[in-house]
Every structure is written in structure tokens, then in C-alpha cells.
Write a protein that binds this ligand. Structure first.
Ligand SMILES: NC(=O)C1=CN([C@@H]2O[C@H](COP(=O)(O)OP(=O)(O)OC[C@H]3O[C@@H](n4cnc5c(N)ncnc54)[C@H](O)[C@@H]3O)[C@@H](O)[C@H]2O)C=CC1
Ligand SMILES: O=C(CO)COP(=O)(O)O
Length: 331
């Protein structure tokens, strides 16, 4: 039986532990808080994040990350993007020499502007081909309820991607492999920023024309950046691109969209943070994505305005004016 460690007991880490166990793995979840580890172990629930989920018997939990990692063939990383490097500094020496590291995170690191698989390879001292990215339209609560979904398993090493694909195939999750790691990771990180814009547009009372514009032009700027970084443009038409963007923007379950709605109602970033609490990756990653775009000479007007609303206190209505007032151009 494959042994897996899931590091992070938030929404996605917990739902992913269920997937792995349902697919036949023996899973240990690392939770920061003893109460969460105890609830998973003793009641098979994680009441703070997914109260309706009853975890299968193949899942246990601990607060000792290194004990969870030791002997695991699959090491799944499900912590906030901006804490990942620090977490790996504590954990990496416990990772086995041939373990596969799986990234669930959808963010870009502040300061370095690195993708999560790059941070993992660096901080855990492993080659790129041992890092597998899982990304797609995968709202944790829907997966936990076993609603049919699909995802992408991306890795430069096809054999390793296929191993992970097999380890997470269940009757409710259909994973596809892909070797375009850059495209899959950018699709996941940038859609969070576009979902913030979508949430703002929704709260400002705009209808479906506006929202379709945000999704479509959001995808255009995601693909522009992706291609500049070496991604395959077709990836952005797939599950990790358009799929995740549409899924996240359309869903009231999305933390990024919800965060954007708070900002669109005129709340400050602190008020929005206090109201939402869980990780809305786009709020921090928009800074790194904007920096990446500047460095590569790529125009990302929606990202630019989201960054100004989140970090410079710009009124979202002024941001709309700035976007609509840009010079006209060919599609
Ligand atoms: N929730 C979802 O539906 C999905 C989330 N993701 C991505 O998965 C990643 C994790 O997100 P969620 O599980 O949803 O977040 P979450 O907010 O539900 O949970 C985050 C977890 O990280 C822990 N944490 C917070 N600060 C930490 C630190 N300094 N060190 C270590 N652990 C810390 C929290 O205790 C919590 O267990 C994000 O990058 C997100 O974009 C991807 C697909 C679906
Ligand atoms: O990535 C997700 C779904 O694929 C979850 O989106 P949020 O982080 O906005 O909730």
C-alpha cells in the first residue's frame, strides 16, 4: 500500500487526504493544531474546515510533521504558498531519497516570484522531476462531497505523473496528466487574482456581460504571461486554465471570489481578511504576478488593478474606470 503524508489540514489538504485514502493509500495528515489532529484521528472529521466530511479509515493525523513524512512515498504539500519555503526548511531532511513531492498550492512566492514547484525543488533540495503539481477546478467542499470532478497532474517525468494519477483516481475524481508544469501552475495562481476581480464586479452589481469579460480577458492575460514564461498556450484552454478560472469565478465557495466581493462592497483589506479567515492566495500573489509581468514586459491590466485595490487602497469603481478607459486594440 502506498504511504502518503499530507502536510496541511486546511480545506484542500483534508479533502486530498480523503481522495488518497479512497484510492487505496495509507494517509497521515499533519495538522498544526493538536485539536485538529485529534478530531481527524478520533472523530474522523475536520470541523473547522470541512464539517460535513466523514474521513475514511485510511486517514490518520499527527502534529509531528517529520514523523508523518518519514517513510512516505508521496509527500503532499497543502500549506499557504507564502509559508511553504519556511515549512520545508523544517521538514526537508525527513523526506526520503525517492519520495514524490506533490504541490497543491496555487500561488507565486513574494520576493522571488517563483512558482511553487520551483520553491519545493529549491527548499527541499530535490530535482524538478520529483515534484508533481496537481491543479484544476477542485473546490475542496465539492470534492469532499464526492461530486464528479477532474484535475491535472503535471510533471516533467511522465512515469511519476502517471503514478500520482493512479494514486488519486477515484469514482469521483478523474485526473489527467500533462507535462506543462509552468502552464498548470500559472493557470492556478493567476485565476485566484482574476477571481478577486470577478468578486468585485459581482459586488458592484455588474451582470453577466461584465463577468464574461473578466473571465475571458483574465484568461488572455494569464496566457500572455504563461507563454512569455515558456508555457504551452493550449494548457490555458484546459482544466488547469479555463476550467479552474470558470469554476472558481462562478462559485460562492471560492475564498478568492468571496474576498473580492468584500472589497467590492467597499471594505478594507483588513475587514475582508477578518470576514473570510481562510487562505485567499490571490491577495498576496497578485503582487508577485504583477512583478513577474513587469519583468517579462507582459501587460496584465486586470492583475494590475487588483493589486492596486488590495495593496494601495484604490476604490474598485476607480479600477473599473481605469480598465474601461484603456486604449482600444485588436483582440
Ligand atoms: N480549498 C480549495 O478548494 C483549494 C485550495 N487550493 C490551494 O491549496 C492551498 C492550501 O489551501 P487550503 O487548504 O484551501 O487553505 P486553508 O486556509 O483551508 O488551510 C491552510 C492550512 O495551512 C495551515 N497554515 C497556516 N499558516 C501556516 C504556517 N505558517 N505554516 C504551516 N501551515 C500553516 C493552516 O493551519 C491550514 O491547515 C492554497 O494554495 C490553495 O490555493 C487548491 C485547490 C482547491
Ligand atoms: O482553487 C480552488 C478551486 O480550484 C479554490 O479556490 P479558492 O482558493 O478561491 O477557494
Amino acid at each position: 500500500m502506498t504511504r502518503a503524508a499530507v502536510l496541511g489540514a486546511g480545506s484542500w489538504g483534508t479533502a486530498f487526504a480523503k481522495i488518497l485514502a479512497d484510492a487505496g493509500c495509507d494517509v497521515t495528515v499533519w495538522a498544526r493544531r493538536p485539536a485538529v489532529a485529534a478530531a481527524i484521528r478520533e472523530q474522523r472529521t475536520n470541523p473547522d474546515y470541512l464539517p460535513a466530511l466523514k474521513l475514511p479509515p485510511g486517514v490518520t493525523a499527527t502534529t509531528d510533521a517529520r514523523a508523518a513524512i518519514r517513510g512516505a512515498e508521496l509527500v503532499v504539500l497543502a500549506v499557504p504558498s507564502q509559508t511553504l519555503r519556511g515549512n520545508l526548511a523544517d521538514w526537508s531532511s525527513a523526506i526520503g531519497p525517492d519520495a514524490t513531492l506533490i504541490s497543491l498550492m496555487k500561488g507565486i512566492e513574494l520576493g522571488t516570484t517563483k512558482r511553487m514547484s520551483q520553491v519545493i525543488a529549491e527548499a527541499a533540495h530535490v530535482p524538478d522531476h520529483r515534484v508533481v503539481v496537481v491543479s484544476g477546478p477542485n473546490l475542496a467542499a465539492e470534492i469532499a462531497a464526492e461530486q464528479p470532478a477532474a484535475t491535472v497532474v503535471a510533471c516533467p517525468d511522465t512515469t511519476r505523473a502517471e503514478q500520482v494519477q493512479k494514486a488519486i483516481t477515484t469514482r469521483y475524481l478523474r485526473p489527467y496528466t500533462n507535462d506543462d508544469v509552468i502552464g498548470c501552475e500559472l493557470g492556478g495562481a493567476v485565476k485566484n487574482v482574476i477571481a478577486l476581480a470577478y468578486g468585485m464586479a459581482t459586488a458592484l452589481g455588474f451582470g453577466d456581460n461584465t463577468r464574461a469579460m473578466v473571465i475571458t480577458r483574465g484568461l488572455a492575460e494569464t496566457a500572455r504571461l504563461g507563454v512569455a514564461l515558456g508555457a504551452d498556450p493550449l494548457t490555458f484552454a484546459g482544466l488547469a486554465g479555463l476550467g479552474d478560472l470558470v469554476g472558481t469565478c462562478s462559485s460562492p465557495l471560492s475564498r478568492n471570489r468571496t474576498f473580492g466581493e468584500h472589497l467590492g462592497r467597499g471594505e478594507t483589506i483588513e475587514q475582508a481578511q477578518a470576514a473570510t479567515r481562510q487562505t485567499a492566495e490571490g491577495v498576496k500573489s497578485c503582487l508577485a504576478i504583477r512583478d513577474l509581468a513587469h519583468r517579462h514586459g507582459v501587460e496584465m491590466p486586470i492583475t494590475e488593478q487588483v493589486e492596486r485595490v488590495c495593496h494601495e487602497g484604490l476604490d474598485p469603481r476607480i479600477a473599473v474606470g481605469a480598465l474601461m478607459g484603456r486604449s482600444v486594440k485588436p483582440e
